[in-house]
Structures are given as structure tokens and as C-alpha cells.
Design a protein around this ligand. Structure first.
Ligand SMILES: Nc1ncnc2c1ncn2[C@@H]1O[C@H](COP(=O)(O)OP(=O)(O)OP(=O)(O)O)[C@@H](O)[C@H]1O
Length: 703
């Protein structure tokens, strides 16, 4: 009895749709599939014996089967099919048993001999086993073979399943028809002990056959059950194949994902390498920075130690500094007092030398004057000079002339020698005295040279400027601050002119109100505050350019006016609240000229008159007259504060060495000698203390 169920391999089953899986989905899908197939379901798949390389061919075969014209039959579910298979096998067996019962097997009667002989040749032989069984049944009623051959012993278990069943069925049919079933029993006999049964012992032979039948039936049942189990394998195989396809798809996706991940891994590896190298460099930099930090730290520690030492030292220095500051204050006080004492002593010396001092300077003949006759000059000492005319008549008339002054400078004396003797007076101006330095003499005798000098050989005025600024700087260390102002004017034909301005303006000499010291000022004059020597030199140059000059017999560029340079010095000591006001009048007088040789009589008259008035004032001071005729000329009026009382005066008597200037030279020298003998009252210093004069000779005050 064969199963009519279609073979599992012949079933056309619908293929599950294969949807495209995105790389991002694959990982999830694969993991879920893998979980479903391995972990989640805990199913152990049968080992895959198929090579994955054969998957396309397998899929092609499946497609071919699906496309075959054989109609697909509905496939029951596997459990039901197994049940059906197994129930159908059981029913077959029960049917066989029923048939056997109907055939009256239990009540088998003795089989007639002829039945056996007749049945054998007519028995159909549906299969090879049955044929074999039939072959073992005696065909012609002859004696059966002594040793029956068992079909089961020579056939495989798989082939026996169908043939044994068919043999059993044939035997059962033969038995039911009363035919002998020895061949069948022999073919189905599986190892039973072969008894020697007598040929005539049909009963024994029947029982033997029954036993063999029972054994064969049991074996058949067992094999039928095994076959039923085996019939489920194709379905299981197909499911496994489907799962395998899914797994292969998943595997493909996994491979793709793996490649993608490998690329990502490569990229990440490359990034990691880059980051690693960068990390290496950063580590190197970090190490360098650590080294630098360590160095800086050590330096910082060293510096901290040094700072601590310096702090200690600083504290010591502060203490020392405080001590020194106290000492310095004492020293400053002592220095201030010493300086004041020095000033007093200095000015005492100046006073002892005389408030009016006369220096005589004889200029040398110039290269262009080598043909001019020179008088006989004899310098007995630094202060005495003897002049002798080389003209015998004049010699007899005037005689030998010996003059004594504070200082006599012979023609070889230079500008530096001159200024050495002038400098102490300049110092007195800083101490609060009024100073007047003027040059008196015949035209061409060297007055301008002495006062201004020439470009490469500066005279008294520029050297005074340099000395003043040097002294101001030194006085600043003693706490004194000075302000220096300058005015430049000329008196020409008894008219005042501002040498720092070209404007035509009225200039008058006025007395200061409430002044008891004969202080005067000039209206509309340009007064410049000077901060450095160069500024003052520039102003001097401007004044020189504006001064009136003309040609005379004695000088091609004769100064035909009196030039007065006035420097005012205002000093104050902040700490001591002291203020000193001094002034320096530097006067380059116009040259005296004989009216006989003058071509500009009015000019010469005015010059000579003003010089005469100057002589009168000085002589009045000498004779201590009550009335000093300061106002008789602009010159004396202007020099009034500097020509008496609170003043120190220095007069240069410049003389020419020539014989033709002998008369004028003697005249100037006589006037100078008379002035030198004039004893003025002691000069008073401009010192202000607490707005009240503290002494008769003080011209500095507290402010
Ligand atoms: N000591 C000297 N050494 C060299 N040259 C001198 C000296 N004194 C004057 N001179 C020169 O003599 C000339 C006349 O001098 P300076 O102009 O100074 O005379 P002055 O008295 O000012 O004349 P004036 O009154 O006419 O202006 C100038 O060329 C000057 O350089």
C-alpha cells in the first residue's frame, strides 16, 4: 500500500516576497533574523550540507518547479499531514487485520495439500518480494526447498519498507485464499531460528508462518512509523532551505554591511592614526610645555626668593632712606644756610672790591691797521697801565700818564680772560642784586667786541647767558627756581627803540609806583621769557640786526646808539618761601667821537651829551651829592636802578692803541680813573622775607 500524498519536493509553495533591505535596516533585520534563528527561538537548525555557492542553482530549481505545469495541490499543515499519514498506516494495518480475521486466520484449518500445489503457480507476483516469495512457494507442487531463502536478509532496510509491505499483503491475501505463504514468510523472515519442520506438519508450519507473520507485521509497523517520520523531512528541509535563503540574504546584507563597516573601520582607523599622531605631537608639546613650566616654576621660585630678599632689603633701604631723608633735610638746611652765607661772603667780597668796578681793555691793532702809529703802552701790573704818546709835542703837553683800575687787560687778553673777571658779578645777579655792565670808549675802541664778541669768539653778553642758565640749573638743586625775562632797546638821539620789534611805538621810562628803590620800567617794550640759551641768542641776533649802525672814521660799522640788554631774574625757594629779584643791564654805549671828525653832528652831539651826563651822574654819586641828575639823559634815567644804591656796576673802558686816538684815550682813561675812585654806598640785595625787609642790605624777601 503506497502513500498517495504528493512528495514534499513536488509541492509548489509560494515564495516569500524578498523586499530590498537598506544597509541601515540590514543590521537590525539581520540581528533579528539571527536572533530568531539562533538565540530567540532556540531552534537548532540542521547542519547545512549545501554549499552556498549552489544557492543560485537551488533557487533556479525552485523557480522551475514553481513554473511547472503540474497543478499545485493544497498542502495540509505538517502536523495534520503527519497525523494523516500515521492514521492511514494504522488503518491499513487494522484493515489488514480485519481482512485476516475475515479470512479466518485464527481458525485456520488444515490446508489441503492440493490447495497448496494448485495455488502456487497462479499466485500473482506484484513485486519483487512477492515474486521472491512466490518463487519460494513450490510452483509445481514439488518438494519445497530444504533451506528457504529470506528476502529480508539480502535487501536493504529502505527497499524492504515497500517490498515487505507488499509481501505481507500478498501473503495475507494468499492465506485468506488458502494459498501457502511459505515464500512470503521466508521473504519476511528476519533472523528467526530456522526450525526443521516436517513437510507434513502443516500445523507447525502454519504456526511458524504465523510467528513469522507477527514479526514481519511488527517490523512493518515500525518501519511504517519511521517512514511517516521521514515523510516530514522534505517539509522540514524546505523550511530549512527557506530559512537558509533568508539567512543567505541576511548574510549577503551582513557581508555588505560588513564591507561598509570595514570601510568605516578603515576611515576610523585612519582618523585614529591621525588623531594618534596628533596626540603624539600634542604629547610632545605638552612635555615641552611641562619642561617650560618647570623652568618657569623654578625661575619663579628663584624670583620669589629674590623678591623676599629684595623686600627685606627694601625695608632696610626704606629705613636707611628715611634716615638719609632726615639727614638730607638737615643737610639741605645747612646747605641753604651755607649758600646764604656764601652769597653774603661773595657779595661782601664784591663790596670790598667796590660797587663800581672799572676794567680797562686795550684792543690790539687789526691786520688792516698795521700802518697806523701806536702809542707807547706800559703795563706795570694787572691794574696799572702807563700811556705815553710817541709824539714829542703831545708828550710834553700831556706828559706821562699812569692809570690804575680794578683790572687792566692788554691787547693779548682774550674774551675768556675778560669773562673770568665778570662772572662773579653775574653770580651776584642770581643772589638778588642789580648789576650793570657797560662799555665806554671811543668809537672803534672795541666796545661791541667786548660786549657781543664775534661769531667764533663770544663776548660778555652771550657768556653771561650761558653762565646764567648753568647757575640756574645748579640753583635748582638747592631748591631755587628762576624765571628769566629779556628786553632789548636802544637809545638813539635820545629816543627809545624796541630792538625786538619793528613797530613804531611810543616808549617811555616810568617810575614804579610805591617804589622806594628808584625802580623804573619802560612802556610798550617787548619782554620775552627765555627758557634756554639758544632762545636768548636768537633774540640777541634779532636785536643786533635792528640796531642802528653807520660808518665812522674809527669804525666802518660804528654803533651810533646805546644798546641796553636787560635780563631780569626772578628766583623763588618754595620750601623757604624766599624770593629774589635781580637784574643785569648789559650796555654797549655808542662810541664817543670828536665833533671835528664827525659827519653827523646831531648824532655825535647826542652821543657825547649822554656820555657826559653819565659821567656827571657817576661823579655826583662819587661826591655823594643829594641830587643825582639821572633824568638829564635817557641813558642815565634808564640805568638809574643800576648806578647807585642797590647795584653793582662794572665799566669797561675800551681804548684804541693808536697814536691818533691818544687824546681820546687819555680822556676816557681819566674819566674811568675818576669813576674807579668813586666810593658808592654798600649795595643792597633784593631779598624779600615775609613781605618785610629783614636788613638794610637785603633785597630778597619772603613771599
Ligand atoms: N680785543 C680785540 N681783539 C681783536 N679785534 C678787536 C678787539 N677789539 C676790537 N676789535 C675789532 O676792532 C674793530 C672795532 O671794534 P668795535 O666795533 O667793537 O668797536 P666799537 O667800540 O664798538 O665801535 P663803535 O663805538 O663805533 O661801535 C672791530 O673790527 C673789532 O672786531
Amino acid at each position: 500500500m503506497e502513500s498517495r500524498l504528493p512528495k514534499p519536493s513536488a509541492l509548489k509553495r509560494p515564495m516569500p516576497p524578498i523586499k530590498p533591505i537598506l544597509p541601515t535596516d540590514r543590521i537590525k533585520a539581520n540581528s533579528s533574523i539571527l536572533n530568531a534563528t539562533t538565540g530567540a527561538s532556540n531552534q537548532t537548525l540542521p547542519p547545512l550540507t549545501r554549499n552556498l555557492q549552489n544557492l543560485p542553482q537551488a533557487l533556479a530549481r525552485r523557480g522551475a518547479r514553481a513554473a511547472s505545469p503540474e497543478p499545485s495541490k493544497p498542502l495540509p499543515s505538517i502536523p495534520n499531514r503527519s497525523k494523516l499519514r500515521r492514521s492511514r498506516s494504522a488503518s491499513d494495518v487494522s484493515e489488514m487485520r480485519l481482512n485476516l480475521k475475515r479470512a479466518g486466520a485464527p481458525t485456520l484449518s488444515t490446508i489441503p495439500t492440493k490447495f497448496t500445489r494448485k495455488a502456487a503457480p497462479t499466485a500473482p507476483a506484484p513485486g519483487p518480494v512477492a515474486a521472491s516469495a512466490a518463487a519460494r512457494v513450490p510452483r509445481s507442487g514439488s518438494v519445497p526447498p530444504k533451506r528457504p531463502v529470506t528476502a529480508a536478509s539480502s535487501s536493504s532496510s529502505s527497499s524492504l519498507t515497500g517490498t515487505a509491505a507488499r509481501g505481507v499483503r500478498a501473503a495475507a491475501q494468499a492465506i485468506s485464499k488458502g494459498k501457502p505463504v511459505v515464500g512470503a514468510a521466508t521473504g519476511a523472515g528476519a533472523g528467526g531460528a530456522t526450525k526443521h519442520i516436517a513437510k507434513y506438519d502443516f500445523k507447525a508450519r502454519f504456526h511458524d508462518l504465523l510467528e513469522k507473520h507477527k514479526a514481519l507485521r511488527a517490523k512493518m509497523d515500525k518501519q511504517m512509523e519511521e517512514m511517516g517520520e521521514l515523510e516530514g523531512l522534505p517539509m522540514q528541509l524546505e523550511e530549512t532551505q527557506n530559512k537558509l535563503i533568508e539567512i543567505e540574504t541576511a548574510l549577503k546584507n551582513t557581508v555588505t554591511d560588513k564591507e561598509c563597516l570595514q570601510r568605516q573601520v578603515k576611515q576610523h582607523t585612519s582618523k585614529i592614526e591621525t588623531i594618534t599622531s596628533s596626540l603624539g605631537r600634542t604629547k610632545d608639546e605638552l612635555n615641552q610645555l611641562k619642561t617650560t613650566h618647570q623652568q618657569i616654576k623654578s625661575e619663579h621660585e628663584a624670583l620669589s626668593t629674590e623678591v623676599l630678599e629684595l623686600r627685606d632689603r627694601n625695608e632696610d633701604l626704606i629705613r636707611n632712606n628715611e634716615q638719609l631723608a632726615a639727614d638730607l633735610a638737615i643737610c639741605r638746611e645747612q646747605l641753604f644756610q651755607s649758600n646764604m652765607d656764601r652769597k653774603d661772603l661773595h657779595n661782601t667780597v664784591m663790596d670790598l672790591r667796590g660797587n663800581i668796578r672799572v676794567f680797562c681793555r686795550v684792543r690790539p691793532p687789526l691786520d688792516v691797521e698795521e700802518n697806523r702809529m701806536v702809542c707807547s703802552w706800559t703795563y706795570h701790573d694787572e691794574a696799572t697801565v702807563e700811556l705815553q704818546s710817541i709824539d714829542g709835542l703831545a708828550k710834553n703837553k700831556i706828559g706821562q700818564q699812569v692809570f690804575t683800575f680794578d683790572q687792566v687787560f692788554h691787547p693779548n687778553s682774550n674774551q675768556t680772560d675778560i669773562f673770568e673777571m665778570v662772572a662773579p658779578l653775574i653770580q651776584s645777579a642770581l643772589d638778588g642784586y642789580n648789576i650793570c655792565i657797560f662799555a665806554y670808549g671811543q668809537t672803534g675802541s672795541g666796545k661791541t667786541y667786548t660786549m657781543d664778541g664775534v661769531a667764533d669768539n663770544a663776548g660778555v653778553i652771550p657768556r653771561t647767558v650761558d653762565l646764567l642758565f648753568d647757575s640756574i640749573k645748579n640753583y635748582r638743586n638747592l631748591g631755587w627756581e628762576y624765571e628769566l625775562t629779556a628786553t632789548f632797546l636802544e637809545i638813539y638821539n635820545e629816543v627809545l627803540y624796541d630792538l625786538l620789534s619793528n613797530e613804531q611805538k611810543e616808549m617811555e621810562i616810568r617810575m614804579l609806583k610805591d617804589s622806594v628803590k628808584n625802580d623804573i620800567y619802560v612802556t610798550n617794550i617787548t619782554k620775552e621769557t627765555v627758557h634756554d640759551p639758544d632762545h636768548l641768542r636768537q633774540l640777541m641776533h634779532t636785536a643786533k640786526m635792528n640796531r642802528a649802525t653807520a660808518s665812522t672814521v674809527g669804525n666802518e660799522r660804528s654803533s651810533r646808539s646805546h644798546a641796553v640788554t636787560k635780563l631780569e631774574l626772578i628766583g623763588w625757594h618754595e620750601e623757604k618761601k624766599e624770593k629774589c629779584v635781580g637784574s643785569i643791564n648789559l650796555v654797549d654805549l655808542a662810541g664817543s667821537e670828536s665833533p671835528k671828525t664827525s659827519t653827523r653832528m646831531t648824532e655825535t652831539k647826542n652821543i657825547n651829551r649822554s656820555l657826559s651826563e653819565l659821567t656827571n651822574v657817576i661823579l655826583a654819586l662819587l661826591q655823594k651829592q643829594d641830587h643825582i641828575p639821572y633824568r638829564n639823559s635817557k641813558l642815565t634815567h634808564l640805568l638809574m636802578p643800576s648806578l647807585g644804591g642797590n647795584s653793582k656796576t662794572l665799566m669797561f673802558i675800551n681804548v684804541s692803541p693808536f697814536q691818533d686816538c691818544f687824546q681820546e684815550s687819555v680822556k676816557s682813561l681819566r674819566f674811568a680813573a675818576s669813576v674807579n675812585s668813586c666810593k658808592m654806598a654798600k649795595a643792597k640785595r633784593n631779598r624779600f622775607l615775609n613781605n618785610s625787609s629783614t636788613g638794610n642790605n637785603s633785597s630778597c624777601e619772603k613771599y
